[in-house]
Each structure stands twice: as structure tokens, then as C-alpha cells.
Ligand binder design. Structure first.
Ligand SMILES: *Cc1c(COP(=O)(O)O)cnc(C)c1O
Length: 429
């Protein structure tokens, strides 16, 4: 089919996520025919560098030969099997490998098939565990500017108005505590303390995105705050949930952000990079103390009953195992350090613009903010990016780069110089 024809048929029948569909009257919709590495190719063979890792999921490039091969191997054996009462080799291997990468006592993997569902699982599990211990705690605590997904409970603990405001009346109970703006976080810690003094008896868990609030305009904040805040919450008998759905698997600079924070959460949520960006899969990892609260005779009705049809899909697990192979075989975390430093050096050159502010970096995430009156400036950047063969997706006034780790040094140069040109073309001072 031709591109025009595909676009017409698409818009006739597909309602796209995170999109005001009317925008497609003037914003192009781009069907992609094939992809390789950083490059997405459309039906006219135009190429776009995937600067956002296709919504932060892709780690080792599109159509990665190694991952492709492992999925094909799995496909010949088993595509999927019900995970209740049954199991399979790929998920067993994956679970023990994940546990080996994590500090004790994280020891038990509960699977789902997307990030929001992992958050739902963690919230329900924490609430349920407390209930089993005789504590009814129907509230959750989360940070301002947070994003944990868009199903009802995940949205409830989120704080991005754009997604949340409309559904206010549907949401579950959640208390917000302010996220620190900079390294002086005494005030934020104080507020947290006041909230805990007043409400701790009703709060099951404190959920946070460690180090970077990605959907919250790539807000990077203090690991020291995270450590202190978690210790404080724990002292009030509140569970800690780390949502590493976006920052896990090397994005934060270490395999998991918790390593930098010096915190071992009660629940760790992983998804996005887990399968290298290939297939939907998520996991909540917890400890034996939590697990054992539920471990009881059937008649006591203590089981944790939460299930998704595609839980623990074998193809997804094969992709995840292949992803972990690459991390190990290619020494990815260490190599990323050099790459990250190189990108940052280029990124910092955008300092030449007076209206580029708050240039920042954490691991393999790079961002800056633009001072501009035009609320659609981000959209202009997106459109200009396409013309230069870049898939950029600014978040409000924040322009960011979150590339697959296989990005080449030439591609880095091209992306940074193109962004500079785009800002010049848009008349940024
Ligand atoms: C993307 C994201 C989610 C939600 O994951 P989905 O797979 O999109 O449902 C939750 N938390 C964080 C931090 C995320 O970045």
C-alpha cells in the first residue's frame, strides 16, 4: 500500500494514544514500514532517528539481530501458556536473573503486561498485605509532579494535570508531598514529616520514581532526598514502592536507580526496557516478608488474586532474557558512561542560547527547558525535527534525548547539531 492510502485508512479506524486526533489535520501521521538500529523508515523511505526510544522502551535498537534470533527460537518452542498452575523455562530463567541483579531481600517476581498494571499490582499488594496484618490503610502517598501510568489507581498516584484532571472524581485516595526542586530539600522533607505525623496510619505505601520524573518533564532530583524520605516513611510503617518503569535497565546510569539511592524498596516495578522495547511485559518484585503474609491455606482466602491474560508471555520473556544477555556480554552499563559523557558534552553546547535553561543529565537521559511564550513551541520542534529526520517529542517546554544505547557517535553529533539548527530556525535567542 502507498503511504497516502495507509494514512487515510488509519485515520478512518484508529484512535491513537496521547493524541488530540484533530491535530492530524495538520500534523502528519507517519506509518513506519521498517526499522533498524536508531532508524525508523517510512513508506517513502524517509528515515527518522528514534531519539525517544519509541516512548522510552527501546534499549538496543530496532530489529536487533540478537533479540530477533532469541524470539524466533522461543517461537519455535512455545509462544504463550497460562501462568496460573503452569510455568515455562524463559520466565523461570528471567526471574532468577532479575533477582540476581537485585539486592537481597528482593526475591519474588509477580508479572503483568504493562507498566500501569505493575503499579496497580504494587498498590493492591501493599494495601492487601497491610490488611492481612490487621491494618486498614486505604491511602497512598506520592510525590508532586509524579507519573505512574494512566489506569485509575496509577493515575490517582500521579500528578500530571494533563492526564489526571478530567478523571478527578473517579480516583482513589492519594496524598501528595512536594518533590524537591534542588539539593536543598529541607523544606520538602519537613512537609513530608508533617504529612506522615498526621496521616501515616491511613497510608499503605509511598510510591516514587527514583532520580527522574520522566513524564514530569524529565525532572531530576536528589538521591539524598530519596534516601531520607524513604527512611522517614519506613519509620512510620509505610511500604516503599519504586517505580523504575522508565529509569530501570541502565537508563539512570546504573542498572537500577535504587543502587544510587541506597534504598531497597518493598516493591520494585519494572517494565519499558525490560524486553528491550520489543514486547509488553512488566514485573513487580518484592520480598519474602510480603510474600509470606499471603502464604496460607486456601480456606483462609489470603491469596493475592490479580491476573492478566498475557501475564508472563513466553515471547516477551525470551526478549527480556536476550536483553539481559546483551547487558552482560556487551558490558553495557560501563560503556554507557562514556557515551553519556560524550552526549552531555555536546548537549551542554546548547548553552549558547540565552533561553535554554536547566540543561541536565542523568545516565542516558538528557534534557533542557526552553523559555518561550508560545505554548506550542514543543510541537514546532517536533515538526522541524521530522524535517531533519529526527523523532523528537518535547514534553511541554522540555526538549529531551532518551536514545537507544546503541546510538553511534555520528548520530549523537547529528542530533545535537540538528537541535541547535531547529532552535535557530525557530528564532530562539
Ligand atoms: C510509562 C510509565 C508508566 C506506565 O507504563 P505503561 O506501560 O505505559 O502503562 C508508569 N510509570 C512510569 C515512571 C512510566 O514512565
Amino acid at each position: 500500500m502507498q503511504s497516502d492510502e495507509l494514512i487515510k485508512l488509519d485515520l478512518a479506524h484508529i484512535w491513537h494514544p496521547c493524541t488530540q486526533m484533530k491535530e492530524h489535520e495538520f500534523v502528519p501521521l507517519i506509518p513506519i514500514k521498517r526499522a533498524k538500529g536508531m532508524k525508523l523508515y517510512d513508506f517513502d523511505d524517509n528515515c527518522y532517528l528514534d531519539c525517544v526510544s519509541s516512548w522510552w522502551v527501546n534499549l538496543f535498537g530496532h530489529s536487533n539481530d540478537y533479540i530477533n534470533g532469541k524470539i524466533k527460537e522461543q517461537l519455535e518452542q512455545l509462544e504463550h501458556v497460562i501462568l496460573a498452575g503452569f510455568s515455562h523455562e524463559s520466565i523461570i530463567k528471567l526471574s532468577s536473573r532479575l533477582i540476581n541483579l537485585l539486592p537481597k531481600p528482593l526475591n519474588k517476581c509477580f508479572y503483568a503486561d504493562n507498566g500501569s498494571s505493575a503499579v496497580e499490582v504494587a498498590l493492591k499488594m501493599s494495601f492487601h498485605k497491610n490488611l492481612l496484618q490487621g491494618k486498614l490503610k486505604p491511602n497512598f502517598l506520592s510525590l508532586s509532579n509524579s507519573y505512574h501510568g494512566e489506569t485509575i489507581a496509577a493515575l490517582s498516584v500521579s500528578d500530571v494535570d494533563l492526564y489526571k484532571k478530567t478523571y478527578k472524581e473517579l480516583l482513589i485516595n492519594c496524598i501528595k508531598t512536594p518533590v524537591p526542586i534542588n539539593d536543598d530539600f529541607a523544606k520538602e522533607l519537613n512537609t513530608l514529616n508533617e504529612i506522615l505525623e498526621k496521616n501515616s496510619k491511613n497510608i499503605s505505601a509511598f510510591i516514587i520514581e527514583p532520580l527522574i520524573q520522566c513524564a514530569g518533564n524529565m525532572h531530576m532530583y536528589s538521591k539524598d532526598y530519596i534516601k531520607k524520605a524513604c527512611e522517614l516513611a519506613k519509620s512510620y510503617d509505610i511500604d516503599i514502592i519504586f517505580d523504575e518503569i522508565a529509569v530501570g535497565f541502565g537508563r539512570s546510569g546504573t542498572m537500577f536507580a535504587l543502587e544510587q539511592c541506597g534504598v531497597i524498596p518493598d516493591f520494585l516495578c519494572l517494565s519499558k526496557g525490560l524486553t528491550g522495547g520489543y514486547l509488553p511485559l512488566s514485573v513487580v518484585i518484592t520480598n519474602d516478608d510480603v510474600y509470606n503474609e499471603f502464604y496460607a491455606p486456601y480456606e483462609t482466602y489470603k491469596a493475592f488474586l490479580h491476573s492478566h491474560s498475557y501475564t508472563g508471555n513466553a515471547l516477551a520473556c525470551a526478549a527480556a532474557n536476550a536483553t539481559l544477555d546483551i547487558f552482560k556480554n556487551d558490558n553495557v552499563i560501563n560503556k554507557n558512561k562514556e557515551k553519556s559523557a560524550y552526549i552531555l558534552k555536546n548537549w551542554l553546547m546548547l548553552n549558547e542560547f540565552k533561553n535554554v535553561k536547566n540543561i541536565r543529565n542523568q545516565g542516558m537521559v538528557f534534557a533542557f527547558d526552553i523559555l518561550h511564550q508560545n505554548p506550542r513551541f514543543g510541537k514546532e520542534v517536533f515538526l522541524k525535527g521530522l524535517k531533519k529526520g529526527l523523532l523528537l517529542r518535547p514534553l511541554a517546554n522540555t526538549i529531551y534525548l532518551m536514545p537507544p544505547y546503541i546510538i553511534s557517535y555520528d548520530e549523537i553529533d547529528y542530533i545535537c547539531s540538528s537541535i541547535r539548527e531547529i532552535l535557530l530556525e525557530l528564532g530562539l535567542k
